[in-house]
Design a binder for this molecule. Structure first.
Ligand code: GLA
Length: 722
């Protein structure tokens, strides 16, 4: 619901309210973002707002705007906090002071051209601010849905003058939270340890998380939770801040003198600039803001629901995801028809439905020194080409998927030999190589067109139902010889726009192909990527214990079905750890399930286990994709891991857990379930017991006594039996 009258604005979601007003001096002041209030409360909030807003006589004083809770921060005119945006006029002057001009309310949500965006919302409020000193207008967008706790923010910068200006910073949003004690949770890590939650108090100065890698990165996800002092997993208030953006980003929290806590973020402003010609507009990526008064768990459930309902392609959001067998860890580059056929034939007997042929099928790709960029099948390696493999899949009733890394090129490739200028390289500078590859210059339309034609040619010529889109290195030498020197600061954003353009064209042209995202594991796992790819390879680490931590962290702000999770062999290729096959299966079942090993080399007993795990997953995959997830035992701090998913009608639940390391004399420990209906009676299938939701949540269940790295599941079904 949106109430707007030109002086007051009130946005109402499911459990939150967001109030703003125009001050007497024309500034857009934030009054409240938090639990629900009504329109009648605004007069009271305005009287408090008056004490912080500058009066007419004060607006030219320094610090006049420094303490005001405002919707957009500007530069060099009395607000000394980090600006939300910086604009330079033709004479070089950068001072700005934006004041209210007009508003409009539209039905639905604006579809952003060229950027991933929220697909639906009930209503959108657009408030236009006008700069006092230049011909710049900024339209602030707020999309709201009655049944959601996610508020979508974004901004459009307009040059309404007759000369070009330079945008030096263009964050997507700003919120000010009242002075108080807050902590920030960020999801940090590295390759193989993506998205580890870390909580630290926000102190004076600027707390900043960012990526400068040209991708949202393994190291820092474009997400932060701003937590009030008393916020825990289950209780208290927090705000999720999540960018729908896959490129270099920044999110900052600034606490300056007595000012409110200012949160803002968007495209990373380091080395960013954008020349905006007369009459042109610049649209920032969208941001998802989520309010929760049920702790981090409530926040995660609201975000997951929203991403599935409004970000992921509706055709796939709640559809049964393919159960994949991928050959990467089974063969790496060393495969031929026989090896692949053995895997395919076995997969079919074990209930798996899709075979994905990973890296190594194209060009001279027999190792990672050659072939990237040459998207033609290596017929020396695959006798009979892709069709031979596809036919084998079909005979076995399997669908076929294929790996691409569209943004990359090896110097040892036909593409590089023919078009060396397609690679990002600065003439005269030795390029930085990573995994022996260079990045293609996706700021150039001709380069994106070339790759589009090469990939779509393969997709048209063969019966392919699944694509794994990988991206295995970050960007260095961020220059394009085709961009004029004064536009060099546009490079990083233009690169990701090129990626989005290719993703948009391919997903539109091939709507029946399921695209999975990947970036050397989980290096581009973000809400922008989920607009094109309904699921993303979560991490290259599939170890039965390490994965519990990665999936736990990822679940903070992404749905379970967005996480691609595979069972691989032991000792694990990354950690050398051995965990039981069942454990690996149970951990992978908390996501989009699959395998990544040579099935044909398993013992008959192991094959039987794989068959059972796959059959069990088929029974629970509906609840995994539709249900609400509760994090129960944190593997970072506990010697157990446990998560559970409850169906929306609360008639069913799936609990999956793992004993990490046993400790002596550790008897009779209970775990309290969550999210059930207190008044329903449930049967726990594995334990053959019946108990009320109240008992299971308030008294709990005894944790199983199992050895290190063993796992268990409990299926709960509502029953009449009292
Ligand atoms: C990346 C991916 C892997 C695999 C390899 C292939 O590392 O994360 O799953 O596809 O590339 O080169």
């Amino acid at each position: 619901m949106i109430y707007a009258d030109g002086s007051v604005f009130l946005l109402q979601g499911k459990n939150y309210s967001y109030a703003m007003r125009v001050t007497k001096t024309g500034f857009l002041q934030q009054l409240h973002y938090g639990g629900k209030i009504t329109k009648d409360d605004i007069a009271y909030l305005a009287t408090i707002g008056d004490t912080m807003a500058p009066r007419e006589d004060d607006i030219n004083m320094d610090c006049a705007l420094d303490g005001m809770m405002s919707e957009y921060g500007f530069y060099a005119r009395g607000d000394f906090r980090d600006p939300t945006a910086i604009f330079a006029r033709r004479d070089g002057a950068v001072m700005t002071r934006l004041r209210y001009k007009s508003y409009r309310v539209t039905t639905g949500t604006p579809g952003l051209k060229g950027l991933p965006h929220v697909r639906k919302a009930d209503k959108t409020l657009c408030v236009t601010l006008k700069d006092d000193f230049s011909d710049i207008e900024v339209e602030l967008m707020y999309s709201v849905s009655d049944d959601s706790d996610v508020l979508v923010r974004g901004a459009v910068i307009k040059n309404v003058g007759k000369t070009a200006i330079e945008i030096k910073k263009a964050f997507s949003f700003r919120i000010d939270l009242p002075n108080g004690e807050y902590s920030m949770m960020r999801l940090g890590g590295t390759w193989g340890r993506e998205r580890c939650p870390e909580v630290a108090p926000i102190s004076h100065g600027i707390t900043r998380i960012q990526s400068l890698r040209g991708a949202s990165s393994h190291q820092t996800n474009p997400f932060a939770a701003i937590m009030r002092k008393d916020c825990t997993e289950e209780c208290g208030e927090c705000y999720g801040v999540q960018l729908m953006y896959s490129g270099s980003f920044a999110i900052t929290a600034e606490w300056a003198q007595n000012s409110p806590l200012t949160i803002q973020g968007g495209i990373n402003d380091v080395d960013f600039s954008w020349k905006l010609g007369a009459g042109e507009t610049f649209t920032t990526p969208q941001t998802l803001l989520t309010y929760s008064d049920c702790g981090l768990g409530g926040m995660s459930r609201s975000i997951s629901r929203f991403i599935l309902d409004s970000v992921v392609d509706p055709k796939y959001a709640y559809a049964d995801r393919p159960i994949v067998i991928n050959n990467w860890e089974a063969t790496y580059f060393d495969f031929d028809n026989d090896k692949l056929f053995a895997i395919i034939d076995t997969a079919a007997r074990l209930g798996i439905d899709t075979f994905v042929l990973d890296d190594g099928w194209f060009g001279k790709r027999n190792n990672d020194f050659a072939g990237l960029g040459d998207w033609t099948v290596n017929a020396d390696k695959l006798k009979g080409g892709l069709d031979a493999v596809i036919d084998r899949c079909k005979k076995n009733g399997l669908k076929f998927g294929l790996w691409f890394e569209p943004e990359m090129v090896n110097e040892d490739s036909e593409l590089y030999r023919t078009h060396p200028d397609y690679a990002i390289e600065k003439v005269g500078v030795t390029p930085v190589r990573a995994r022996q590859q260079l990045v293609l210059d996706f700021t150039r339309k001709d380069v994106v067109d070339h790759i589009y034609h090469a990939v779509s040619k393969i997709l048209k010529a063969h019966d392919i139902s699944y694509v794994k889109w990988d991206m295995n290195r970050n960007i260095t030498e961020c220059f394009s010889d085709k961009l004029p020197a004064e536009r060099h600061g546009e490079f990083m954003h233009r690169y990701i726009l090129g990626v989005y353009d290719l993703a948009e064209r391919l997903t539109k042209e091939f709507p029946n192909v399921f695209f999975e995202g990947c970036a050397g594991g989980g290096g581009r796992f973000d809400a922008g990527a989920l607009y094109y790819f309904p699921q993303i390879w979560t991490s290259d680490v599939t170890d039965g214990y390490e994965r519990t931590k990665i999936q736990w962290g990822t679940s903070m702000c992404y749905p379970l079905s967005a996480m691609s999770c595979h069972v691989s062999v032991c000792p694990n290729h990354q950690t050398r750890r051995t965990t039981p096959l069942v454990t690996r299966g149970i951990v992978a079942s908390l996501g989009a399930y699959g395998y990544e090993l040579d099935l044909s080399k398993l013992t008959e007993e192991e094959k039987e286990t794989v068959k059972e795990l796959t059959a069990t997953y088929k029974k629970i995959r509906r609840i995994i994709s539709e249900g609400d997830m509760y994090r129960i035992l944190d593997p970072y701090t506990r010697d157990y891991f446990c998560e559970m998913v409850v169906s929306r009608d609360k008639s069913e639940a799936y609990v999956a857990g793992e004993r990490v390391l046993c400790i002596p004399c550790d008897y009779n420990r209970y775990v309290h379930l969550r999210g059930l209906d207190e008044n329903k009676t449930y049967r726990v299938e594995e334990l053959d017991i019946t108990a009320s939701g109240a008992a299971l949540m308030k008294a709990g269940l005894l944790l199983p006594k199992i050895p290190d790295f063993h796992a268990w599941t409990w299926h709960l079904k509502e029953c009449d039996n009292k």
